[in-house]
Design a protein around this ligand. Structure first.
Ligand code: WQD
Length: 343
């Protein structure tokens, strides 16, 4: 079976995608600098799949190291590029770190693909490219808005870099996957979102509050024009998201892509408020969550959810898990992770 390189494969979405690839008998290589991960993840991937992907600890900014890696792995047939910094708040404080890391890494990967004649790229993009949409649900043709953060801007610029590169080098084929809000964890409880410091995102903050690591959850804004005054997002289970990456990779390997750059929204097509996520969490875990509604968070989009027709009809991909599966699995991971840390 084809050999697939997964950059950032030790991360949240990357590790779940590695599991799905291994379960479909692909040979997987992981490049990761472990900036936001833990080598233990390899052991958990092996526990889930019975297979051990090849892991090389390498920073994509290390051009020499990257060239050596690719010269020793000339049979890679596709690259799934996850490796990037992704904390929205941190990107506002440290924009140059984000532009340098996220864009230089992408450029180095593209240079290596051209040099070593690897044709297929799946790019990890984000719904942040849409900003606050004028109309909902957002389709892949919805206008790209000014990014709300340097992080979101690196995704927009990244898509433009890929568009110009495949235009100049038509031997390259790319698919850009625009994620909505990935949450939840693998059903085994052995993979999940690895918390590094105080979480920016909602779901890890909820589970860390419930496990007693955080005093209470601050709900940012309760006076928006939505069902219950809190923001609406399209939460998608990370395993559903991972499966879409395998399908997109297979589309490119089979050269079924209609053009050499395609975009797909990956969401459920359903929006949920923050309070609905909390209600789901309390229902699936039978726990009362301590939270308070406070001021709005600057830069937050009020409401966004995906039109998933393209991914459903063109990729033949459909989400299988609902919000309760997401909150229940996120909690199971939190409990298992803390137990693993205590051992
Ligand atoms: C979701 C909702 C918050 C934390 C970001 C990135 C996006 C992607 C996912 C990487 C919002 C509210 C949150 C908290 C809260 N990242 N919230 N209290 O901002 O939609 O998207 O993460 O790919 O690119 O932009 O996700 O989880 O931070 O927030 O009330 O402690 O939860 O206000 O309404 P977001 P989020």
């Amino acid at each position: 079976m084809a050999k697939i390189l997964v950059t950032g494969g030790m991360g949240f979405i990357g590790s779940h995608t590695v599991v799905e690839l291994l379960e479909k008998e692909y040979e997987v290589l992981i490049l990761d600098n472990l900036y936001n991960s833990d080598k233990k993840i390899l052991h958990n991937i092996h526990q889930i799949t019975g297979k051990m992907p090849q892991f090389i600890q390498l920073d994509l900014l290390d051009e020499q190291g990257l060239d050596t890696f690719f010269s020793q792995n000339t049979d890679i047939q596709a690259v799934i590029h996850f490796a990037a910094l992704k904390a929205v708040g941190e990107s506002v404080r440290l924009p140059l770190k984000y532009y340098k890391n996220n864009l230089d890494s992408l450029i180095h990967i593209l240079e290596m693909m051209l040099k070593y004649e690897i044709a297929n790229l799946v790019f990890s993009s984000s719904c942040t490219v849409y900003g606050q949409p004028d109309s909902l649900p957002v389709t892949e043709q919805s206008p790209i808005k000014k990014a709300e953060s340097p992080y979101g801007n690196t995704k927009q610029i990244g898509e433009e870099i890929i568009a110009d590169t495949v235009q100049a080098y038509p031997q390259l084929r790319a698919i850009s996957l625009r994620y909505f809000n990935p949450i939840g964890a693998h059903k085994s409880g052995l993979l999940g979102e690895l918390p590094q410091g105080i979480p920016n995102n909602l779901m890890p903050f909820i589970t860390q509050t419930a496990i007693g690591l955080r005093d209470n959850l601050k709900v940012y804004g309760g006076d928006y024009d939505t069902l219950d005054g809190t923001c609406v997002r399209d939460y998608i289970h990370v395993s559903d998201l991972a499966k879409a990456h395998v399908i997109a990779t297979e589309r490119l390997l089979a050269q079924k892509n209609a053009t050499n750059l395609e975009y797909f929204n990956l969401g459920t097509g359903k929006g949920n408020t923050v309070l609905e996520v909390i209600q789901s969490f309390e229902k699936t875990t039978q726990q009362k969550l301590k939270y308070e509604i406070v001021h709005r968070r600057p830069g937050d989009v009020v409401k966004i959810y995906a039109d998933t027709a393209a991914a459903n009809q063109v990729l033949g991909w459909h989400t299988e898990k609902n919000l309760d599966d997401m909150t229940a699995s996120a909690w199971q991971w939190e409990v298992n992770y803390r137990k693993q840390q205590a051992e």
